[in-house]
Design a protein around this ligand. Sequence first.
Ligand SMILES: Cc1cc2nc3c(=O)[nH]c(=O)nc-3n(C[C@H](O)[C@H](O)[C@H](O)COP(=O)(O)OP(=O)(O)OC[C@H]3O[C@@H](n4cnc5c(N)ncnc54)[C@H](O)[C@@H]3O)c2cc1C
Length: 379
Amino acid sequence: MNFSENENQKMIAQMIRDFGTKEITPLRKEWDDQSHFPKPLFKKLGELGLMGVLIPTEYGGSGFGYFEYVTAIVELSKLDPSIGLSMAAHNSLCTNHIFMFGNEEQKRKYIPKLASCEWLGAWGLTEPNTGSDAGNMKTVAIKDGDHYILNGAKNFITHGASGDVAVVIARTGEVGDSHGMTAFVIERGTPGFEGGRKEDKLGMRASETAEMIFTDCRVHESQVLGEVGDGFIQSMKVLDGGRISIAALSLGIAEGALEASIAYSKERHQFNKPISSFQGISFKLADMATQVEASKLLIYKACDLKNRGEKVTLAGAQAKLYASEVCVSVSNEAVQIFGGYGFTKDYPVEKFYRDSKLCTIGEGTSEIQKLVISREILR
Ligand SMILES: Cc1cc2nc3c(=O)[nH]c(=O)nc-3n(C[C@H](O)[C@H](O)[C@H](O)COP(=O)(O)OP(=O)(O)OC[C@H]3O[C@@H](n4cnc5c(N)ncnc54)[C@H](O)[C@@H]3O)c2cc1C
């Protein structure tokens, strides 16, 4: 495997830095302070080809592979992890679910609009009482002629209120039956489908996290994705790829925090020396840099498997587990290196520190990644 960045990765990274310097960096503090979700920004990211990175060009996407996708998330997350999170959720959850399991008619209808971000996507699996244990969901879809009637609520959904189209997993069979759930694609404006309360969060504050509420919501059977009863199994496959996204988000945060720390440690003087000359600081930086590199290698391995169409359950979970724990630890050390200034909002590491914690929780907590990994290695 060649570990150097390919030309597409270099081009994507430069394009995002150029774009972000004008469109993200000047506004990210305001968005964070006000918990403001900048929906129009995502249309611009769509114009840059970043909202359908993995989607083939014949469906309006960019037709890239996982290495390019990871680079896009990393670079956006260095600028603002909230934007990286929303971009990743749109690409790898909603869009990817429809692309992987939708029929040709559904793909032609939804994928080009999602790839351009004319429509922003949401993906609803989690419920108030069932997060890690998503298979025990309570939202039901009851068959009524050629329709299903949905009742229930999803929470913690990225773009749950602002999404234009959502993939929603609901119970169509018995509790405890992994074939008892079905995926539906539902458009905003469908009667009985509403966005609910928006969460006021520790970090990732510019990425909208909200409820989706279903009250006697009638959905035609043509809105079922794939086979009835396959919704949960489909979701686990979607999450296999989704974990690479969260690993990439983690890598972007960790790289951002490390780069800021290296620069600051050379500028900041104490005892008439740059703090980087103290071994207590330079060894921290050495550990951080090594952990960041190891995260990247695990992510690249998962990308390589995914690009070759191989199973990525183990590699994706390992990359997500390791990179997310590293990003929390690296951003913690970054705040330490900045000292009191790191505790203020004048420098970027305070935000990296707050944003990093989502990475050990979203798309499967670290504990759940360990369940997945142990299950795979004990087969
Ligand atoms: C910002 C944000 C965005 C999100 N976006 C989406 C989205 O777009 N779509 C979506 O469907 N969901 C989304 N989620 C939900 C996310 O996937 C869940 O929060 C996550 O899966 C954990 O579920 P939970 O919060 O209910 O925690 P719980 O499942 O209640 O877990 C609580 C604690 O118990 C531990 N635990 C649970 N079960 C076990 C076990 N068997 N063994 C050991 N430990 C265990 C967990 O690891 C955790 O530490 C989002 C969450 C956040 C915070």
